[in-house]
Design a protein around this ligand. Structure first.
Ligand SMILES: C[S@@+](CC[C@H](N)C(=O)[O-])C[C@H]1O[C@@H](n2cnc3c(N)ncnc32)[C@H](O)[C@@H]1O
Length: 325
C-alpha cells in the first residue's frame, strides 16, 4: 500500500515505540496506520478521553436532545486547556447546512467522532482518527480501570496497513450499511464496498446468511442437553450447521463476529455432549474475547463455560477408561 505519511502528534515517550501513526488516507482524510507488523491481540493504542459526558435522557424515536448534549459539551469544553480544545476543533465532522452556519460545532464533532463508553459517551483524540471499514481489522474496548479506550489487532496487520474499526453493525447488505453511514456523511469505499457487483452480491448474501444463522441459533443457546430423540437429532444438525456459520464468518473476514460465532459453535456442541469440540471452540472464542477486553462479561462467561466443558470432557475420558479396564 503506498501512503504518503504525514507525521504529527506521534508521542515519543520512554518505553515501546508507538504501534501506529496518523497519516493521510486517500479519499478519507486522515487515518491511522500500523508502524510495524501486528499480530492478533497486539494492542495498538490506549487513548484517554478528552471529553466524557453522561448523556441526557434518550427519547424513543427521537434520540438525544441535541440542545441538551450541546450544553453538556460546552461545559466540559470550557474546562479544557487551549491545546486540548484545538485538538477537538481539528477533528473531522459531518455537518448539516444549518450546523455549518452555527457558531458552536461541538455537537457535530461529537456525533461524528465519539464512542459509547459504558453509561457515558467519550471523545478520544487519537481513536477519532480511525476510519471505518465494513471488514475492520481491529476491535476496541473501554477500560474503566485504565480510563482509556484500548484498540487491539483482530488479525495480522502489515506494517503501513491502515487500521480500521467499524462504526456500524455489519450484518447488513451494502445498501443498508450505506444508509447507516449517511450520518457520517461519506460513501463507504472500503475493500468490501469497492468490490465488483458479483463480489458485492456474494458478500451481501454471506452477511444475510450469517445474520439468519445467529437468530435461528439464538433460542438454542442453552446448556441443557435435549432429551427426546427428535430434539437430539435437531441438536446434532444444529451443531453441524454451526461449523458452517463459523466458516462463513471467517470467509467474510468479519473479525468483529468471531467471538460470537465461536461461542455459538461451542454451546451447540455442548448440547450434543461433544465436550472435546465444545472445549476447542470455547477456547477459541475466549482467546479472542480476552484480547479485546480481558474484563468483559463475555470473557468471564467464556472462562466459566469452557472450564465446565473441560471438566465434562475429563469425566467422559475417565468413564470410558473405567469401562475398558
Ligand atoms: C471519525 S472520523 C475518522 C478520521 C477522519 N478521516 C479524519 O480525517 O479525521 C470519520 C470521518 O472520516 C471519514 N471516513 C471514515 N471512514 C471512511 C471511509 N470508509 N470512506 C470514506 N471516508 C471515511 C469521513 O469523513 C467520516 O465522517
Amino acid at each position: 500500500m503506498s501512503v504518503r505519511y504525514v507525521f504529527f502528534a506521534v508521542a515519543c515517550t520512554a518505553g515501546a515505540p508507538e504501534a501506529y501513526m496518523i497519516g493521510s488516507s486517500p479519499g478519507k482524510g486522515l487515518g491511522v496506520f500500523a508502524t510495524q507488523a501486528l499480530e492478533p491481540g497486539d494492542i495498538i493504542m490506549r487513548d484517554r478521553p478528552v471529553i466524557r459526558i453522561t448523556p441526557p435522557p434518550f427519547h424513543d424515536g427521537i434520540g438525544y436532545s441535541l440542545n441538551e448534549v450541546g450544553v453538556l459539551l460546552r461545559r466540559e469544553f470550557e474546562l479544557l486547556a487551549e491545546d486540548a480544545r484545538a485538538d477537538i476543533l481539528s477533528l473531522t465532522a459531518h455537518m448539516t447546512a444549518a450546523e455549518k452556519e452555527a457558531i458552536d460545532q461541538l455537537v457535530p464533532i461529537f456525533r461524528s467522532n465519539a464512542y459509547n463508553t459504558d453509561q457515558a459517551i467519550s471523545l478520544f483524540p487519537k481513536v477519532a482518527r480511525i476510519n471505518h471499514s465494513c471488514r475492520p481489522n481491529v476491535g476496541y474496548a473501554w477500560s474503566e480501570r485504565l480510563d482509556k479506550q484500548v484498540v487491539t489487532a483482530l488479525r495480522p496487520i502489515d506494517q503501513g496497513e491502515e487500521i480500521f474499526v467499524s462504526y456500524i453493525p455489519l450484518l447488513h447488505s451494502r445498501e443498508d450499511r450505506q444508509k447507516r453511514l449517511d450520518q457520517y456523511g461519506f460513501k463507504c469505499t472500503c475493500e468490501v464496498c469497492a468490490q465488483d457487483t458479483a463480489g458485492l452480491q456474494a458478500s451481501d448474501q454471506r452477511r444475510k446468511d450469517i445474520s439468519k444463522a445467529f437468530s435461528d441459533f439464538e433460542p438454542q443457546l442453552t446448556l441443557s442437553v435435549p432429551q427426546s430423540k427428535a430434539a437430539k437429532k435437531k441438536a446434532h444438525n444444529n451443531a453441524k450447521a454451526s461449523i458452517q456459520l463459523a466458516e462463513l464468518v471467517q470467509e467474510e473476514g468479519l473479525a468483529d463476529y468471531y467471538v460470537t460465532a465461536y461461542r455459538v459453535v461451542a454451546i451447540l456442541h455442548a448440547r450434543i455432549e461433544d465436550w472435546k469440540e465444545a472445549t476447542l471452540w470455547g477456547h477459541r472464542s475466549y482467546k479472542l474475547s480476552k484480547m479485546v477486553d480481558p474484563q468483559s462479561d463475555m470473557t468471564k462467561e467464556l472462562v466459566a463455560m469452557t472450564n465446565e466443558f473441560i471438566s465434562r470432557w475429563n469425566d467422559d475420558v475417565r468413564n470410558r477408561s473405567r469401562k475398558t479396564s
